[in-house]
Design a protein around this ligand. Sequence first.
Ligand code: APR
Length: 183
Amino acid sequence: MIWRSEAGKILQIEQGDITRVEADAIVNAANSHLAGGGGVDGAIHRAAGPEMRRELDAIQARIGTCPTGQAVATGAGLLPARFIFHTVGPVWSGGGRREAELLASCYRVCLAMAEERGLESIAFPAISTGVYGYPMRGGAEIAIGEIRRHLMEGAKSLGRASLVLFGEEALRIHEAVLRGGAV
Ligand code: APR
């Protein structure tokens, strides 16, 4: 499903494996230790290879941990992208610990990092909705809200953002949120 801003900027919602998507930047749902893990993080580490791991280790040695809601950038190793933005989503613990604000920050920070580098395209997974337990519907509302706002108001170089969903249920929920109807 595709949404277009008046200026022709595109938000695309698709089902797939984000390691196979071509985009200038691919976003990784990382952890604050930048240590790799399961889910998207594991898939990106396996597919990108050791060069990205070395870059991440060097960043980790310099900054220690990456705070929740923030992101760091590396090259993309063997992936068909120029950069990987490793962002740390919030762990869902009921909604009272600023989870929504922190998740919105992940999307905003990555969109800003893409603009700073003059990138034209970026692909996001559904940050925090796996191991970190963020409810899919709430996560979809934040992802779509933040990306659309950026494409309507703040986008300079970026012409296309994709949300790449792993499962059919995640796709269905994101499409319903984008249509603005009931899930
Ligand atoms: N492509 C696209 N989406 C994927 C892929 C993939 N290859 N693999 C998993 N997903 C989906 C999941 O189904 C989920 O909806 O990405 C979403 C995010 O799930 P996680 O990868 O578990 O990320 P998150 O919930 O943010 O948890 C982060 O998991 O692996 C660890 O190191 C990571 O500790 C961190 C935590």
